[in-house]
Design a protein around this ligand. Sequence first.
Ligand SMILES: [Zn+2]
Ligand SMILES: [Zn+2]
Length: 149
Amino acid sequence: MGIYIQILALVIISIILLWFGYTLFLGPLSPFYRGFFLWSKWEKREQQKGEPGDPQVCPVCSIKLYKGELVKSVAFPSISGGIDRLMYIKGCFSCLNDNVQRRCPVCNSNLSTDDFLVSRMFERMGRKNHVHVLGCNRCKRINLPSSSV
Ligand SMILES: [Zn+2]
Ligand SMILES: [Zn+2]
């Protein structure tokens, strides 16, 4: 009788070991699975450079933005009551999170992730807003609203 129980125990142990092996090599927790996932993600995201000032190009790092990607910015209500509004541009997802060189297009100084560009936004009816970069917080210190960004 004892031999049957031993065989049964061996069968159960081998099933558990097989299941372990399966999750270890092919399951989502497996290092192989994770490596493949990261590799495919890295290959997909290839960064293209554009000219600063072009539409769909981040003015801080001049990386072309993907569809749906936005530049982080703060717009203030118009002081003069006109169509232009003051806007601070912080940057895009790439240059705020990745180690991408951030530059001011006016004075060419290197910007940290805390720095921002000062720009004028012209709201145009029925057309895309026009953004004119005046400089960064280093070269355009004068007459800025004191509100925090
Ligand atoms: Zn950027
Ligand atoms: Zn500047």
